[in-house]
Write a new protein. Structure first.
Length: 77
C-alpha cells in the first residue's frame, strides 16, 4: 500500500535547526512513499503582500535553492 503524507510547514521554517529536525524526524517516522507539502515551505510567506519585493524574495529564493541541494543564486536561466 502506498503511504501519502500531507503537511503544511509553519511560516518562516528554515531547512536547519531544532524545528526542522523535529519535523524531519516526524516525516521519517511516517515512512511516506509520497510527501506533499505547501508550495514554498521555507522562509517567510511572500504572497502576504500584494507587491513583489525583490529584496525580500532574494533570501527566500536562496534558502529554497540551498534546501534543494543547489548553491547557486540566482539560478541560471
Amino acid at each position: 500500500m502506498t503511504t501519502c503524507v500531507f503537511v503544511e510547514w509553519p511560516d518562516g521554517l528554515e531547512p536547519a535547526g531544532a524545528a526542522w529536525d523535529a519535523l524531519r524526524q516526524q516525516v521519517e517516522a511516517a515512512e511516506p512513499d509520497i510527501l506533499v507539502t505547501n508550495e514554498m515551505p521555507f522562509g517567510p510567506w511572500l504572497a502576504a503582500s500584494d507587491r513583489f519585493d525583490p529584496a525580500a524574495a532574494q533570501p527566500s529564493a536562496a534558502c529554497r535553492c540551498t534546501s534543494a541541494g543547489s548553491r547557486r543564486w540566482p539560478p541560471s536561466e
